[in-house]
Design a protein around this ligand. Sequence first.
Ligand code: 5GP
Length: 212
Amino acid sequence: MSSDIGPRRGLMLVISSPSGAGKTTLSRMILQRHSDVTLSVSATTRAPRPGEEDGVHYHFVERDDFRSMVNEREFLEWARVFDHFYGTPRAAVQQELENGNDVIFDVDWQGADAIHDQMPNDVVSVFILPPSIEALRKRLEARPGSDPEKVSRRMAGARNEIRHWRRYDYVIINENIDQAYAELENILLSERRKRLRQLRLENLVQELLDED
Ligand code: 5GP
């Protein structure tokens, strides 16, 4: 969908949810339908899995390089997950925002919090909730390779994530994926109209106020 608001500063759309509530599907739908939205590509020290491409799924880096990126403050946030390090590069995000593109972050509540701390005026955060605990369980059970132990571990993880719902600007209950998508797109299009993001307003208003 095209935007008719002229030059604008992009926004950071931070989307979190318990696994199984639909955040990855919704992020993909936004990316497919909006050419001016990009996905933040994290750096990681883990090895690529089959099918993963450097620069697309992750920037795969050596530990020493990751460490120096941390020292140089090149990450908006970073974390150790099991044996590997993951971080969100700052420069690429800043460039996209200046170019008028939005950036999606598919992160957990801790990542969302850290990103918000760094760039509070640019972040719009959305939490996706499942409609019920039974619906969440069904979605997790339907995942390829799921077994009862994995499902109960994921259910515990989901409850842990859901506890942090109050930190978010918006909450969408994903009962129906098309409806949830429409709500997310509405949020995106409305947030683009925030005064501070519309870069032509100062000039336009000046012209409107100038005397003949
Ligand atoms: P995986 O190795 O399976 O791709 O990801 C492992 C975990 O790392 C996932 O929970 C994922 O959300 C997390 N992760 C991926 N990128 C980042 C990042 O840039 N920052 C943080 N804090 N976590 C990340």
